[in-house]
Design a protein around this ligand. Structure first.
Ligand code: NAD
Length: 508
């Protein structure tokens, strides 16, 4: 793997085919959240670096007949497949880098890289298999009318820290497949795998200027991308507050905007799902996974357990018992099941939500504190115990707002209508699940949930070929699937008159 950050510390801005330092010369240390120690240095770009990268992307897009937007789709697809192969080649190193950067376990990092490769392959296959346009009937044989889909132009891609390369690939793969050029801005705290991906795109043969990256903060690099007059589309994944700012800035130049924002995702468990020992074990196991994988720093985390009252006590007791056994530690250590939070700020935010919940009457069933340090869990790392809060209700802040930490709240219901009402009682609408042995009820409840993804008797799986995105304040637009490609395209109607003659609307 071309290790740009190690070979050339601070040269992590890529514009027009060159690796550059920040114009200001500023750098940032990247911190390993397991011990709070720096392990890499990147360029700290700002508005000036952003303008350089956008100019490079613009030039590459507007270039001549052989430029990327006009490259035959079969060649674009072949390049994306080469990128997927390079990701597979570098899976171990990239998985490790993702683990150190974002604090996840190495196995989670590896799975992320597999999913990134899948996204590249999916969009390659999707565009390669498409018809080049849709012929429409103009009502006369003298007209040939066709609707084609063209690339939007220069895309600004802004991504978060929890799934750094995965979120970037859900934007980069369709943007490239559709023929766009782009400037990506990864989260300032987890940029390393996205920097590495740019090297792989270059190695796969992508022409200079098509793929550009500016490492740096949201308030300068991100904000400049969102407002930049030469950017045609901004696709943002992150929190509600930043997403709102991006949408406002983009509105001033009437850019296309796609927003993938937060979630407060319900996991609804009916008693009939727990009737057998096997069913009960599966529902508890998946509730743990829904809430605590990657320490709950997942946009679709099942952070709200909504369980039928008759099974609540048994369910919560078992959940809390198993939550306490989750092995916390440095993600690179064998046997560790869950890493630290990504930053001190994220842990402090989690602690304040738990304190507020307890003050509002929640009952602590597990966690609620920092763990004791061990050999695999340095005292300086940002660890926090998986926390189960019982006796919660919809008025509590912890139930309404996204914590983005290892905190599971428990609410109860008596009827199907009540379960649906609770599950939909959120300003978000990203994802949710229903657990039941009754197939009719499963379909009924799934049909009524106002969430972009609904799982029945499962939690978390997604498919590259199925759209991902949210209702309500979880966002605008979709990633993945055909709609995830359509975000990066403009429809163009080409109407060709085969027998032109005067229309004589005007007498003169
Ligand atoms: P964040 O909003 O703080 O930052 C996201 C990105 O936006 C970063 O690159 C940041 O630098 C940039 N940014 C910040 N302010 C900006 C501004 N004013 N203009 C332009 N860019 C700006 O989010 P985060 O803390 O990195 O990530 C966590 C959030 O991401 C959570 O809310 C989570 O739910 C959400 N998320 C959503 C999805 C999804 O698919 N819907 C996936 C992953 C994460």
């Amino acid at each position: 793997m071309a290790e740009n950050t190690e070979q050339q510390p601070g040269k992590t801005i890529h514009a027009g085919g060159e690796w550059l330092e920040a114009v200001s010369g500023a750098t940032r240390e990247i911190i390993d959240p397991a011990d709070a120690l720096p392990f890499a240095v990147v360029a700290e770009g700002d508005e000036k670096d952003t303008d350089i990268a956008v100019a490079a992307a613009r030039a590459a897009f507007d270039g001549g007949q052989g430029a990327w937007p006009r490259t035959p789709v079969t060649e674009r697809a072949a390049l994306l497949r080469r990128v997927a192969d390079l990701l597979v080649r570098d899976r171990e190193e990239l998985g490790l880098l993702e683990s150190r950067d974002a604090g996840k376990t190495v196995e989670e990092g590896r799975v992320d890289i597999d999913c990134v490769a899948d996204a590249f392959r999916y969009f390659a296959d999707l565009v390669a298999g498409e018809a080049p346009g849709r012929v429409v009937d103009a009502g006369t044989p003298d007209v040939h009318s066709v609707v084609v889909h063209e690339p939007v132009g220069v895309c600004a891609l802004i991504t978060p820290w929890n799934y750094p390369l995965l979120q970037a690939s859900w934007k980069i793969a369709p943007a490239l497949a559709a023929g766009n050029t782009f400037v990506v801005k990864p989260s300032e705290i987890t940029p390393l795998t996205t920097v590495a991906l740019i090297d792989l795109l270059v190695e796969a043969g992508l022409p200079a200027g098509v793929a550009n990256i500016v490492t740096g903060p949201g308030h300068s690099v991100g904000a400049r991308l969102a407002e930049h007059p030469d950017v045609d589309l901004v696709s943002f994944t992150g929190g509600l507050i930043s997403g709102t700012k991006v949408a406002q800035a983009a509105a001033m130049t009437v850019k296309k905007v796609a927003l993938e924002l937060g979630g407060k995702n319900p996991n609804v468990v009916f008693a009939d799902a727990c009737a057998s020992e096997e069913g009960f074990d599966t529902a508890v196991d998946q509730a743990l996974n829904a809430a605590f994988i990657h320490s709950g720093q997942v946009c679709s985390a099942g952070a709200r357990l909504i369980v039928e009252e008759t099974v609540r006590e048994r369910f919560v007791a078992e959940l809390a018992r198993r939550a306490e056994k989750i092995r916390l530690g440095r993600g690179t250590e064998d046997g560790v099941e869950c890493g630290p939070l990504v930053s001190e700020q994220q842990r402090a935010k989690t602690e304040s939500y738990v304190a507020a919940a307890l003050a509002e009457g929640a009952v602590l069933r597990s966690g609620g504190k920092r763990p004791e340090p061990t050999a695999t869990r340095p005292a300086t790392g940002y660890f926090y115990e998986p926390t189960v809060l019982d006796q919660c209700h919809r008025e509590m802040t912890v139930v309404r707002e996204e914590v983005f930490g290892p905190v599971l709240t428990v609410e109860t219901f008596r009827t199907e209508d009540e379960a649906v009402a609770l599950a939909n009682d959120t300003e978000y609408g990203l994802a949710g699940a229903v657990w039941t042995a009754d197939a009719g009820r499963a379909r009924r409840v799934a049909g009524r949930l106002r969430h972009g993804t609904v799982w029945i008797n499962d939690f978390h799986p997604y498919l590259p070929q199925a759209e991902w995105g949210g209702f309500g304040k979880s966002g605008v637009g979709r990633e993945l699937g055909p709609a995830g490609l359509a975000e990066y395209r403009e429809a163009k109607h080409v109407y060709q008159n085969l027998a032109p003659r005067p229309v004589r609307w005007f007498a003169g």
